[in-house]
Design a protein around this ligand. Sequence first.
Ligand code: ADP
Length: 404
Amino acid sequence: MDTILVVNAGSSSVKFQIFSVEGEGDLRRQIKGQIDGIGSRPRLRASGVRGVPLAHRAYPIESVSDVSAAMGVASGWLRDELRISPMAVGHRVVHGGPDFVGPVLIDHGIVAQLERFVALAPLHQPHNLALVRSLLANFPTLPQVACFDTAFHRTRDAVSDHYAIPHQLYAEGVRRYGFHGLSYEYVAKTLPHVAPEIAKGRVIVAHLGSGASMCALKGGRSIESTMGFTALDGLPMGTRPGQIDPGVVLYLISEKGMSPAKVQDFLYRDSGLKGLSGVSNDMRELEASEDPKVKLAIDYFVYRVGLHAGMLAAALQGLDAFVFTAGIGENSIRIRARIVDQLRWLGATLNPIGNSRHMRLISGSDSCIPVYVIPTDEELMIAQHTLSLLLERPSPGVRHERAS
Ligand code: ADP
């Protein structure tokens, strides 16, 4: 069986999926797994088609001390117990910087270029690249493809790509990149099958997960989004504040004596829903709480989604549809209802029964704009990109072109 391995490496976990390549180049998901608790309580969990459990086992801490060791355990399990040796690996790489407008076959030169963006995605990029490097060292002939969260937004106009700072910094790469591009690309590709006329129009997609952002799609193309240079801007998230006056950061440095590393931790790990509620970064836990600070955190989240929807509707000069996706967007009946209420001024109404049944269309029959729930599938996007690049690959010995 020809298979593609899709991996997403984080600081303490490696998530992986196996897709089989069927006739006509169709892809079928066979296995979904992850190793989490790296460096603390490593565990491998995996399931097969229709969620059939395949593995649930613990490992001694010293045998899975980093992402490369975790991938070694996962690939050993796939090879020895399931007889799966993938023909290629597709990686989610968060930051592609200014040059990468699409997925790219990885070599040492590409890795060196991507190292430059480690500081711009400190929670993900170093781990993404550590895994790439270890696979390059151990399996030098195995094709690896990098798929970027930034690439989908790279065709935006100059006004949405710039900050109002001296041009030299833009030239160096200080730009409004936008993230969650693989998720938006999946939604943009799915919409024509859901509502062909709407897909040609002006759509806001709200990717509301642990990380959260929104994207304005015009004819399936990103024209604006809530995130910028890094994945800190825009909506409040599990542990990130979203939009914040840069003066707050100056205050933390000059008045609180915080070092750059402390500020980074504050912005990436201690803020957002966790910081504001003082309870949790997990929306399920927050929804179950009666704490007034938790209520404020949820109110803030909903309010901010509404504010940014207004901004994106202005960028689009109107709105033809609104789409929810990712963990909160796909699952939280209450948060969706409250956000649709924030969109009332745009003419949106809710069908409470459709919403509570998680139907694809959840707007009321009197709504001026349809509101959809479209579950995202970033891994399928990565597998598709990986297969496409594999099929286009030049013959051995010919250096591939970099997407730039
Ligand atoms: P990531 O992939 O970035 O880890 P997800 O897209 O999985 O994030 O989203 C995680 C978020 O979704 C968490 O805040 C979690 O609480 C929330 N979530 C998942 N299921 C539900 C649910 N049934 N109700 C409310 N929130 C949910």
